[in-house]
Design a protein around this ligand. Structure first.
Ligand code: GLA
Length: 395
């Protein structure tokens, strides 16, 4: 039985009705880390792990949310959402409901069944997947057409304001707009994007270090604040800049004296990472891999030494990957302090890479890593419906 049918069966058993099933994927970022909230460039791909949401409208204004992963149900009324979460898993779906309402969408009560296979806490955006799939489902159940960019922005708002994490737009955006077999080069200022086909010989291999250090949430917001402070300082010499996106490596070097050493290094990461994103995108567009290894290594080093968001487990995983046959590049991916690395591996060598890295990492760190050979996947979509009580979409 496929996932959608499984979910429909579980939905019927729990809520007693048919439903429509929506899916939104997690993501892996190929390059461009901590550049999104600096209005720069990123190159993520949606992956084959998703969050699935079954939904059926209710007439009484209640929102009943069940999570298969947490085996827990939460019930609320539309007018009882509040403006902030309470530190539970349901903050994500309810936060999205809140953000949609704030944006002026009229929504209806609903029974919602959530099941996901995006590994939790691994830095593969299980949060964006649950937000986007719920948002897509809520809009559709109330008869609204889905504007994908608007949905991504509202999911980001839910996470920023309702959940309380100051994340950028990358994860929600690629979960909405992802394309099978392609990565997205996103300009996080204009939100223009371009789908870029990955070279056929390259496999995306994700290695999960299986650690998540506590620093993660707090340090993310600290990095963001540091970037904002650096922009304020640099503005003294460059009054027209709005974000680090507007600063070149030359300008940064010329104005180094305006910044304390640490802030200078933070900026050097962001400014140089933006350049690397464009170079990698260019290589992929030409179907080439020459120089990819160096760009990925420079990205990792920059995050380790300048942005200081790596950790021993990530460094070890990247170092082990670099020794294997058929590797076109490896680096940590996502917010940092644990989670995963992304590896470009020759298709022919991917299975061998998986075996060897797994054994070497386990003997070095003492943890058995999950290693996924992935394909870039399609963004959010309606998968299946057995509901007969769905309204017609209005535009
Ligand atoms: C997290 C955030 C993204 C992005 C990355 C780092 O995944 O959700 O917005 O900032 O970290 O690149």
């Amino acid at each position: 039985m496929n996932k959608a049918h499984e979910l429909l069966t579980s939905f019927k058993a729990r809520f007693g009705t048919g439903a429509s099933v929506y899916r939104a994927p997690g993501r892996v970022n190929l390059i461009g880390e901590h550049t999104d909230y600096n209005e720069g460039f990123v190159l993520p791909a949606a992956i084959g792990f998703s969050c699935w949401v079954g939904i059926s409208p209710r007439a009484d204004g209640k929102l009943i949310v069940y999570s298969e992963n947490f085996r827990e149900v939460h019930e609320t009324m539309w007018d009882g959402l509040g403006a902030h979460g309470s530190g539970h898993w349901w903050d994500y779906p309810l936060g999205v409901a809140w953000a949609l309402q704030e944006a002026g969408y009229r929504l209806r009560g609903a029974d919602i069944y959530i099941a996901g296979d995006v590994p939790l806490g691994a830095g593969l955006s299980s949060s964006a997947a649950i937000e986007v799939s719920t948002g897509y489902a809520l809009l559709s159940a109330a008869g609204h057409a889905v504007d994908r960019t608007k949905l991504a922005l509202l999911c980001q708002r839910a996470e920023n304001e309702y959940v309380g994490a100051r994340v950028g737009i990358m994860d929600q955006f690629v979960s909405c707009h992802g394309r099978a077999g392609q990565a997205l080069l996103i300009d996080c200022r204009s939100l223009e994007y371009k789908a870029i086909r990955l070279p056929a010989k390259v496999s995306l291999v994700i290695c999960n270090t299986m650690v998540k250090h506590k620093l993660q949430a707090g340090e993310y917001n600290v990095r963001r604040a540091e970037c904002e402070e650096a922009v304020r300082k640099l503005s003294a010499a460059m009054p027209t800049i709005r974000s680090l996106r507007d600063v070149s490596m030359e300008q940064l070097a010329q104005n180094r004296s305006l910044l304390l050493e640490k802030l200078y290094r933070r900026c050097r990461h962001v400014v140089s990472e933006n350049q690397r994103v464009r170079k990698v995108a260019e290589l992929f567009e030409q179907g080439r891999t020459e120089g990819l290894r160096e760009l990925m290594a420079a990205s990792h080093q920059s995050m380790r030494d300048d942005y200081e968001i790596s950790c021993r487990e990530l460094d070890t995983m990247v170092e082990i990957a670099g020794r294997q046959r058929g590797v076109y590049g490896a680096r940590m991916t996502g917010g940092g302090f644990g989670g995963c690395t992304i590896n470009f591996v020759d298709v022919e060598h991917a299975a061998e890479f998986q075996r060897r890295v797994s054994a070497e990492y386990e003997s070095a760190i003492g943890l058995h890593p999950d290693i996924y050979i992935c394909e870039a996947s399609q963004g959010a979509e309606l998968v299946e419906t057995t509901a007969d009580n769905f309204p017609k979409v209005t535009r």
